[in-house]
Design a binder for this molecule. Structure first.
Ligand code: SF4
Ligand code: SF4
Length: 314
């Protein structure tokens, strides 16, 4: 009841109840929409020690923001999450161009490190927020930014009517301050999802796991997920409704599939491209799978686990 009334108060304060409900509807109720994760490029101005993208040093041909928007406009209604790399570094005003050209049937979710000055992007973001279901989800990287500056920017976004939430990767060096960060965000009235650090060569200690349980217990997506070094056979929706697009336009059915094919970090789980690749959106070969996927690789990202919903079958 308390949470419900807080949501209503928040939404009414920003006169955006209907758009909030629409967005939540897209995410929660319309299960058949596509869940698309787009990496338009892989460069970033931060150097996070837990970043698989940075450490894998991927090299791909890139496409412009207009090409991406036009390609996605031909697909059915989707929740499109844009990440990277840092998506606000998109060349030639890429973020503005993308938001101005993407069809409003899609819901857009922007994952950013929030390095940018809000005033540099506010005007077109506000226009997009009027036209689209838009959600801004900045990740907090404590080693790269001051928590007070980060929260100040988050509040400016919130006060300008954006739906926002934040996340933090529970990397071991952040543990001494996890409770402090959680409290800072709580006090500011901003949601902070604390997500596990999932890496083939890492497991939490019992002490870390206990602390993580304490700080994540009330968060809906905060379930603890260690890297699954002994994966069982699973069935999931990856490739049917869950897609990862990389800069070249190639589509992989999930992050783990992409890493198993392309990243040295996942060499122990090496896979053939044909196991996880379902075509390129720019050459007309992209084709969603009709059926479910059966797979015995370790899932690597919480967003895949949430959207592809893998279930163990053997
Ligand atoms: S901000 Fe994100 S993309 Fe950039 S280095 Fe950190 S984790 Fe990687
Ligand atoms: S089970 Fe996990 S790793 Fe396998 S296809 Fe599904 S999401 Fe990807």
């Amino acid at each position: 009841m308390k949470i419900k009334s807080r949501v209503y108060r928040y939404a009414l304060r920003h006169e955006s109840l209907s758009r909030l409900m629409k967005f939540l509807g897209e995410k929660i109720f319309f299960r058949d929409v596509f869940n698309i994760l787009l990496y338009p490029f892989f460069y970033c101005n931060y150097k996070c020690p837990y970043c698989i993208i940075r450490k894998s040093n991927f090299k791909f041909k890139e496409h412009s923001a207009l090409e991406w928007a036009n390609a996605f406009n031909k697909l059915k209604r989707s929740v499109i999450s844009i990440s990277g790399g840092e998506p606000f570094l998109w060349k030639n005003n890429g973020m503005k161009v993308f938001l101005e050209n993407i069809d409003k049937k899609h819901a857009i979710y922007l994952v950013t490190n929030l390095y940018w000055k809000i005033e540099d992007h506010l005007s077109y973001l506000k226009e997009a927020n009027e036209r689209l279901s838009l959600f801004i989800a900045p990740s907090f990287h404590p080693h790269m930014t001051d928590v007070n500056i980060f929260l100040k920017k988050m509040k400016i976004l919130r006060d300008n009517g954006f739906f926002i939430s934040s996340s933090l990767v529970a990397y071991p060096t952040f543990f001494p301050k996890l409770k402090y960060y959680k409290k800072k965000f709580n006090d500011a009235g901003i949601s902070l999802g604390i997500y596990s650090y999932i890496h083939p060569e890492f497991r939490y200690s019992d002490k870390q796991r206990k602390l993580l349980e304490q700080v994540t217990k009330k968060h809906v997506r905060g379930s603890i997920t260690d890297f699954d070094s002994n994966p069982k056979k699973k069935i999931c929706r990856a490739g049917k409704t869950n897609f990862l697009f990389v800069p070249s336009g190639d589509c992989y059915i999930c992050h783990s599939g992409f890493y198993c094919v392309n990243s040295e970090i996942y060499k122990k789980y090496k896979a053939k491209k044909s196991e996880f690749f379902i075509g390129n959106i720019f050459d007309g070969t992209f084709k969603p799978k009709k059926g479910m996927t059966i797979c015995d690789k370790p899932c690597s990202e919480i967003c895949d686990i949430v959207c592809a919903k893998p279930k163990v079958i053997g």
